[in-house]
Design a binder for this molecule. Sequence first.
Ligand SMILES: [Zn+2]
Ligand SMILES: [Zn+2]
Length: 376
Amino acid sequence: MKIKAAVLREMGKPGPYTESKPFQIEEVELDPPQQNEVLIKIHAAGLCHSDLSVIDGNRPRQMPMVLGHEAAGEVVELGPGVKDLAIGDHVVFSFMPSCGHCNPCITSRPGLCENGVAANGAGVLLEGGIRLSGRDGEQIYHHLGVSGFAEYTVASRQSVVRIDKTLSWDIAALFGCAIITGVGAITNTAKLALGQTILITGMGGIGFAALMGALAAGASKVIVADINEEKLKKALELGAHSAVHSGEENAIDKVKALTNGGVDIGLECAGVVPALDFTFKATRRGGKTVTVGLPNPAYRLEISPLQLVAEERTLQGSFLGSCVPPRDVPAYIALYQSGRLPVDKLLSHKLRLEDINEGFERMVKGEAIRQVIIFD
Ligand SMILES: [Zn+2]
Ligand SMILES: [Zn+2]
């Protein structure tokens, strides 16, 4: 079938994106779902910082590609072998398909699925192959098994989680990346305990989701840090107890003073090394620093191994919020529905697919929390 999609053909185009227009809206061909795949009509797709990392070339991918890994949609066709979904079901995408039988999958860490990582790295679906093509049969790659910046997509059954049909599409999409990554980092990776203190550095969609997760999980003090005053103000409105401008000279001392020597948990969501360094240093002796940001692979962090030992520090990465998506997505949706995870407050802009370049320019300028493309 012919569909409309935002295609990225070249990474590293200079800004402003409103002029260089890294995405072109094109008509592309989408093949029908194969074994264990489904055809989904996309209803909403969020703009995430990791899409930007592909656009600016920090995390290179195969080109051309239909990006977008945070999306929600409706099942319109089932490929052979799909027996546990029905046409009309509403789904949220998980950007790491899990095969269910590799070592990480059988040890409840599907975010590290070996077959999912290989498929995502190759820009293909979990079952192998590509269902998108351009003119003259040109191959167009899938982004993390999702490719949500399109009217329709074909995805592995293992890339989607069925959700409650009463949830609105714009909110549903957010659960695919920002919320599972941010809230999961709090509950699954950091395992924040009731009464602990936490510092969250880097207030984008994931940082704000983590803030809500930390409050829902019973943190006694949530401190947020960023270099953007507007975002700090917004975080305070959303319930953060204190805000620190991380660019200030004595920012680490400020966090330590607020927490009697440092936070129990430091969570870095900015994806830049100075933010991780700051977060690590503001975490108390014996504390845990968790990082969810995705920096350029060439970057290096300098830490003292002695400090790790003598101060019993933990430094841990968190991917996909260490989530098991079919377990955690419905749980987090239920928390939203009961008013304990007000993720609707993350949604700052709704756009049309045609406005995608403007949306990413807004992200570069730090003027949005979460922007979602809405499809008719
Ligand atoms: Zn994302
Ligand atoms: Zn697996």
